[in-house]
Design a binder for this molecule. Structure first.
Ligand SMILES: *[C@@H]1O[C@H](CO)[C@@H](O)[C@H](O)[C@H]1NC(C)=O
Ligand SMILES: CC(=O)N[C@H]1CO[C@H](CO)[C@@H](O)[C@@H]1O
Length: 350
């Protein structure tokens, strides 16, 4: 995995293993890549790998769609001190998903390419694995989509996890992509949900990127909630899409419905003084008294949404969807060029 080492988050030592071709039956994957802390299996019909480090923190990754369905770090000093971080629904929705949507040429004739759906989405294969004793585990997936060569590296450490993506354009034309790594964090109570660290940053209401992993589709995510009812204290309606504002409070309260992108405004109005998009922010779950830091690398923007009263439609748990993104300003990857981006989720609840 030598090529990945320049992403400083990847702590394990590089092993000089050569990339191997896929063998999809899980018995074979386990035979080929299985080792202490890495277990390949079928979960439902979907080949899955489960990563577990020495202190018991674990993560589940579905291989063909690269979907992380569970992350259970050790957060308390007791034998069974693990808490599920992710909100995942049946049918590979929620969890953590990598979204990569190609932007069609503005002047091209004919209909735009169909949105990425579970069926048209990329099929990932296991390219390599790595481990450093059993305090760091890494699975490297790869796939080819058109002229793009994509690598997705999922790493698990005792107190953190990371997802990193490397996209190389092997074609002869520049390609524009909108992209995000979207995590659905689960919360104990709607009233105790927020994030900290976005004060001073400018934002506007914006739908999420369409993704096979979405819980609320983009059209629903930006619908406004009419009556916040019980949670109405201090409630103000969200701005309409396209109107920029600067967050003036340290904590973004996520009891109500919102869907925002935090970014540099396209044309900077002179009256809008804002700080640049932070490289990290923290989720606050007051109900469980746990916090997770979300770190952004490579991407330029942050997406953040909460379902408010709409969460009732999607089970009893409350959740938010957030992560690093490049959606207002797409990434341009020129022929022969490579782009890298990553997200780290870490905690110091112990
Ligand atoms: C990609 O983005 C650049 C810069 O925004 C733009 O000039 C170019 O036309 C776009 N190309 C395609 C294929 O969309
Ligand atoms: C409870 C427990 O075993 N916690 C350990 C998990 O691993 C990290 C890093 O090795 C340690 O710092 C914790 O003490």
């Amino acid at each position: 995995m030598a090529s990945l080492l320049s992403l400083s988050l990847l702590k394990p030592k590089a092993s000089a293993s050569t990339p191997t071709t896929t063998l999809s039956p899980p018995e074979t994957l386990d035979h080929k890549f299985g080792r202490k802390g890495l277990k390949f299996s079928e979960s439902g019909d979907i080949p899955t790998v489960e990563l577990t480090v020495r202190n018991g923190s674990s993560l589940k990754l579905q291989i063909p769609n690269g979907h992380i369905t569970s992350y259970k770090p050790k957060v308390y000093w007791k034998d069974d001190g693990y808490e599920e971080v992710l909100h995942t629904l049946a049918g590979s929705r929620g969890g953590i998903g990598l979204v990569m949507n190609e932007v069609s040429e503005p002047n091209s004739k004919g209909p735009p390419p169909p949105p990425v759906t579970a069926k048209t989405s990329t099929e990932w294969i296991v390219k390599d694995v790595d481990s450093d004793s059993i305090d760091a585990l890494q699975v490297e997936l790869s796939c080819i989509r058109g002229s793009l060569d994509m690598t997705y590296v999922v790493s698990l450490y005792p107190l953190s996890m990371a997802t990193a993506v490397i996209v190389k354009n092997n074609g002869r034309k520049a390609i524009n992509l909108t992209s995000a790594i979207l995590s659905h964090f689960k919360f104990k109570k709607r009233s105790g949900t927020g994030v900290q660290g976005l004060k001073g940053c400018s934002y506007c209401t914006h739908p999420p990127l369409p993704s096979p992993f979405e819980i609320l589709p983009p059209s629903e995510a930006i619908k406004s909630e009419d009556s916040p009812g019980f949670f109405s204290f201090g409630w103000e309606p969200e701005n309409k899409p396209g109107i920029w504002a600067v967050q003036d409070v340290p904590i973004t309260v996520l009891n109500n419905k919102l869907s925002r992108v935090y970014a540099a405004p396209p044309q900077q109005p002179s009256n809008l003084f804002h700080t640049s998009v932070p490289s990290k922010y923290e989720t606050i779950d007051q109900g469980r008294e746990i916090f997770f830091r979300v770190i952004r690398m490579g991407f330029n923007e942050i997406y953040l949404s909460s379902p408010g009263s709409y969460s009732d439609k999607y089970g009893k748990d409350y959740f938010i969807c957030t992560g690093p993104a490049s959606m207002l300003v797409p990434l341009t990857i020129n022929p022969g060029e490579e782009w890298r981006g990553a997200q780290v989720i870490e905690h110091d609840n112990l």
